[in-house]
Design a protein around this ligand. Sequence first.
Ligand SMILES: Nc1nc2c(c(=O)[nH]1)N[C@H]1C(S)=C(S)[C@@H](COP(=O)(O)OP(=O)(O)OC[C@H]3O[C@@H](n4cnc5c(=O)[nH]c(N)nc54)[C@H](O)[C@@H]3O)O[C@H]1N2
Ligand SMILES: Nc1nc2c(c(=O)[nH]1)N[C@H]1C(S)=C(S)[C@@H](COP(=O)(O)OP(=O)(O)OC[C@H]3O[C@@H](n4cnc5c(=O)[nH]c(N)nc54)[C@H](O)[C@@H]3O)O[C@H]1N2
Ligand code: SF4
Ligand SMILES: [Mo]
Length: 689
Amino acid sequence: MEESKNRIVQTSCQLCSGGCGLNLHVEEGRLVRVTAIKEHPVNEGRLCPKALAIPDLVYSQERIHHPLRRDGNSWRQISWEEAMDTIVQRLTRARADFGPEALAVAFGMSFLTQGIAGIDLIRRFTDVYGTPNVFSVDSMCYRSRLIGYILTAGKFFVADAENAKCIVLWGNNPDASCPPVAWRVRKALKQGAKLVVIDPRRIPIAEKADVYLQPRPGTDGALALAFMETLISEGLYDRDFVSRWAVGLEDLKTAAAGYSPEVAGGLAGVPADDIRRGARLFATTKPACIVQGTNTLDQQPAGVQNSRAMAILQALTGNLDAPGGFISPPRLPMRSLRLPFLVSAPPLGYDRFPLFYEVMGRTFGECQSMLLPDAILTGKPYPIKAMIVSASNPLLTWPESEKVRRALESLDFLVVMDMFMTETARLADIVLPAASFAERLNVVDMYRLVPGLPYVMLRPPAVRVGECRSDLDFWLELARWMGYEKQFPWRHLEEAFDYMLEPSGLSVAKLKQSPAGLYYGQTRFQGYEEKGFRTPSGKVELSAPSLGDRGQVPVHREPSESPLSNPDLAAQFPLVLTTGARQMAFLHSQFRQVARLRKLAAVAEAELSPETAAQCGIADGEIAMLETRRGQITVRARVGAAIKPGVVQMSHGWPEANVNLLTSLDPGDPVTGNPELKALLCRMKKVSC
Ligand SMILES: Nc1nc2c(c(=O)[nH]1)N[C@H]1C(S)=C(S)[C@@H](COP(=O)(O)OP(=O)(O)OC[C@H]3O[C@@H](n4cnc5c(=O)[nH]c(N)nc54)[C@H](O)[C@@H]3O)O[C@H]1N2
Ligand SMILES: Nc1nc2c(c(=O)[nH]1)N[C@H]1C(S)=C(S)[C@@H](COP(=O)(O)OP(=O)(O)OC[C@H]3O[C@@H](n4cnc5c(=O)[nH]c(N)nc54)[C@H](O)[C@@H]3O)O[C@H]1N2
Ligand code: SF4
Ligand SMILES: [Mo]
């Protein structure tokens, strides 16, 4: 690492998916301050409160600085050598005793956002070891959308809010979950764009909405079909685009015909006229885009179909592959590090959810995580005995925490690499101290996804803390310790990055010359005019034969727990629970130890309306019990008019009030196995002291 006394290191923030350009001010080897890079295209000089707290996070008293080994009920500090040696011995033994499938690896969002090479290094490692069992959070987030868009139009799309004249925020509150998107939405609004908000909570930006729909959680499929019905029956769709570039209109018409705004409005608890107004505004204002929640529509029983519906609405209005609509920035050309032919066992759930693994010849790496706890507990289809968790806290972030706990406790060997002693780390045999993003080298190309820019940037190490190491260094090093030098010939990470980057013409050295990042390409529009869409028909598939008997046209599926699907349960648990609305101050279970962020949200709260609170006998600020048929937690009630009556919202990530004690791992979506986290049945009552 270059060491001069006072310097500014330009980097890309990793505290949410935004990737803002940051100046890390380093004095005497210590990170003292963070400012924004003015010319960075993502944030253009802006920052959010989390970025200002980076020094507090990096130097938190609670950071783990050294590898730790469980010693009965306490922890013993060990050297990296001892940690690596132990891991190698235990992985070698697991493989010999139970076969290579006995190893599982799981990584979280803070691994996914590290940039290029991370997932590839893990996958190369597990390929050589011989296990297919690599898990990530995309079983709950993102994959259903990816598959939904690909099935419909052959590729992934990003909403180009900045250039839209009409924006539909559909289950998305970017002010909390992705400020760079919020900045773009607000810029478009200032330029006169129209806004439709569809959210059971009247989120702050809804004050600016031309149409606000407040649905019962889990009814988005019905609303989307009602939008389609309005477009089709009122002749508001783009006939030219649809006749040239879409197949399956007749099937779609039939499906949508069952969901007039009256029918859908009845299901969702939304006035039919408001649905019509929203649909008309979206269809008649061009260009328009739906900015859908990153996981809101995924975590419902028709997750894939919901995302198909979003892509179909874009197609019906001719807003696909068009500025201000859905756009598809190019990928950075890169070499993959995968060696999948070395793995023989099928991944978990391959037979049950084949489309989760492969769609139209395109394969996806990580397995369906929701099946892992049962597989560990039952030993079926094969024993899973050892696990490495990198940058994830499944004990708080995966559904059904009690089962996840039992599963992790029953492993022979668990390694957790984290910056903090999390609930998950506490179950480990070995805990490894992870470097924060300010302490390690990465190459970041995720701007293509948020906010849709073909941009790449180096994330250089600025400071060093204790013996903390970069996750990628750990995986590279572990490969060497396992004796995989032949397949991992790179002496250090920079060489691995260069190997991957070669097809792009870039290298770490070249990226160092542009410390604020650079564009690697240009987004092209209407690419289908030349090549068609990458679907079997070459067109947008309003009805998708690739879905086979899983339902080829979008459908509404009631949540498995809802007043309509399960009235008996609703008699006992009369409220609808939606979980996981993002809080600006936190990233899932992270940052609760940072005092200045904790000031923004001091305690865990469940949101409910004054009507609902009165029915439950709860007043604002009182401690209440929130309960589903799976368990109960105590939490402070936040009573406010913003949320739909009959609905409770509880964010995840609070150790003292873990909402995932109330959720289920059961696969919700029949295509991908995504769990249902957005619409469950619950009840709430006051806790008497
Ligand atoms: N009920 C409910 N549950 C949900 C959701 C919901 O909406 N409702 N949303 C789900 C979604 S979409 C997601 S993506 C998941 C997220 O699930 P996770 O990714 O498991 O969530 P985090 O709490 O961010 O856990 C990340 C961990 O990595 C650590 N960490 C941070 N940076 C680094 C690093 O650089 N290296 C290493 N090794 N560790 C690091 C942090 O300290 C933290 O413990 O949660 C899901 N859980
Ligand atoms: N600060 C912060 N930012 C984050 C994260 C974080 O933990 N903290 N996590 C990151 C990750 S991994 C992800 S996946 C994204 C998540 O990003 P999103 O999924 O977009 O989550 P939110 O922006 O909170 O928006 C969810 C909104 O959906 C509403 N909602 C709940 N249920 C329903 C429903 O059934 N239908 C409809 N229409 N709306 C519903 C909620 O009230 C809420 O306002 O955020 C990312 N950014
Ligand atoms: S918006 Fe996200 S990426 Fe940008 S500074 Fe805040 S936490 Fe970092
Ligand atoms: Mo996510």
